[in-house]
Design a protein around this ligand. Sequence first.
Ligand SMILES: CC(C)(COP(=O)(O)OP(=O)(O)OC[C@H]1O[C@@H](n2cnc3c(N)ncnc32)[C@H](O)[C@@H]1OP(=O)(O)O)[C@@H](O)C(=O)NCCC(=O)NCCS
Length: 168
Amino acid sequence: MFTITANTRRAKPEDAGAIAKVHEVSWKSAYAGIVPYSALARMINRRDVNWWANAIRKSTLILVVEMDNEIVGYVTLGPNRVSTFPHEGEIYEIYLRPEYQGVGLGAKLFADAKTELKRRSYKGVVVWVLSDNDPAISFYENAGGRAIANGSEHFDDKKLTKTAFAWD
Ligand SMILES: CC(C)(COP(=O)(O)OP(=O)(O)OC[C@H]1O[C@@H](n2cnc3c(N)ncnc32)[C@H](O)[C@@H]1OP(=O)(O)O)[C@@H](O)C(=O)NCCC(=O)NCCS
């Protein structure tokens, strides 16, 4: 018998290709049918290996989760972008490859991201989620998040609403 363990660590420049792949497959799976096809394709193409390599080089805070030495998810985090919120930290993105969803890795990555923000002295955390992304909303509600605000974003000619969840 052998055990496969999940390991979370800070992204390194050589991870850019693997993160770009996770981004592509996870976004296609999460947003097909929600975000218009052309807008989604454009966003995915923009976030290619060079974009991620540049983000890592510029010290953007990115954590990856590995299973058996393969990167299967990532999370990006940093200061909250809405000045009226009292919460200081924000988780900008959290994405897993579809075949690794639903087995506890998201909960681990989310907890590790919150710990990292706390370690950096950010008090409180917010996450924005598209209101049509039902599975992610269930995930944040299950994790004890409180809906504190709504907003909207345009994707080509489609306006989508989004919700901010917060943890004190
Ligand atoms: C959202 C995401 C990160 C969650 O990670 P995950 O690994 O699938 O979730 P986990 O298996 O760790 O689940 C953690 C808990 O949330 C619950 N949960 C997860 N997805 C759920 C769902 N769709 N409905 C209800 N509960 C859910 C689980 O039951 C589990 O509960 P427990 O701790 O009481 O056992 C992952 O599914 C994902 O990458 N989704 C696609 C991308 C996305 O939408 N990202 C968020 C953008 S804002």
